[in-house]
Design a protein around this ligand. Structure first.
Ligand SMILES: CC(C)(COP(=O)(O)OP(=O)(O)OC[C@H]1O[C@@H](n2cnc3c(N)ncnc32)[C@H](O)[C@@H]1OP(=O)(O)O)[C@@H](O)C(=O)NCCC(=O)NCCS
Length: 178
């Protein structure tokens, strides 16, 4: 069972009980604005997302963590690692870090705290030495998180289907550990 504790958060794998609170997060248009085609996800789509994330954990040994508040146990969102979708140009087999929190949990440093722990997990537990973040141009909150993690803006690409501009950030974790 993979679990990480940070000062304020527990990062863990998913259970069926997470689908309802994650569906509430995914139903918020502000949360989903910069994700995929920008549409909120309904509970069925959310259940499918959790299923895919768990499959990725089983297949890759990493995935998106369920992030909960220590103490209350409230699910606040998803942060973690995924293999970059193979339709994104020039990022073959790269591991990407992603973050998504419920709106009431923004602005408290939780995303950065969880993401920092996920990067340490990538390097120390899984031997991943390079992680990218693919951020929609205009998504300043995500750019801010990437920059605070020490990720460098590498280049801009265009999403092959949706056509929007994406900024690729990257970090060499072997340097990050030093
Ligand atoms: C992207 C997202 C995760 C960023 O969340 P966030 O809360 O802004 O990010 P952070 O955790 O870094 O917290 C930011 C602010 O919390 C504040 N903060 C409050 N208490 C803090 C604490 N104890 N420690 C650190 N920061 C704290 C800081 O002022 C910080 O702002 P700063 O970096 O300008 O100083 C969030 O906006 C989100 O979930 N958006 C929707 C999903 C999304 O768009 N995902 C990306 C596309 S796939």
């Amino acid at each position: 069972m993979t679990e990480i504790r940070t000062p304020r958060l527990l990062l863990r794998r998913w259970s069926d009980d997470d689908v309802v609170p994650l569906s509430e997060i995914n139903a918020d248009p502000a949360v989903m604005h910069w994700t995929g085609d920008g549409s909120p996800l309904d509970p069925d789509a959310t259940a499918g997302e959790v299923e895919r994330w768990e499959e990725e954990w089983d297949d890759e040994g990493f995935g998106q963590f369920a992030v909960e508040l220590l103490g209350s146990g409230e699910l606040i969102g998803a942060v973690g690692l995924s293999v970059v979708a193979d339709d994104l140009p020039g990022l073959p087999s790269d591991v990407e870090i992603r973050w998504r929190l419920g709106r009431q949990f923004w602005g408290q440093g939780y995303a950065s705290e969880a993401a920092q722990a996920a990067l340490e997990f990538a390097l120390q537990d899984r031997g991943v030495d390079r992680v990218v973040a693919v951020v929609r141009v205009g998504d300043h909150a995500s750019a801010n998180v990437a920059e605070k993690l020490g990720m460098a803006a590498e280049r801009e690409i265009t999403h092959p289907e949706q056509g929007h501009a994406l900024q690729v950030y990257a970090i060499d974790l072997t340097e990050y550990a030093a």
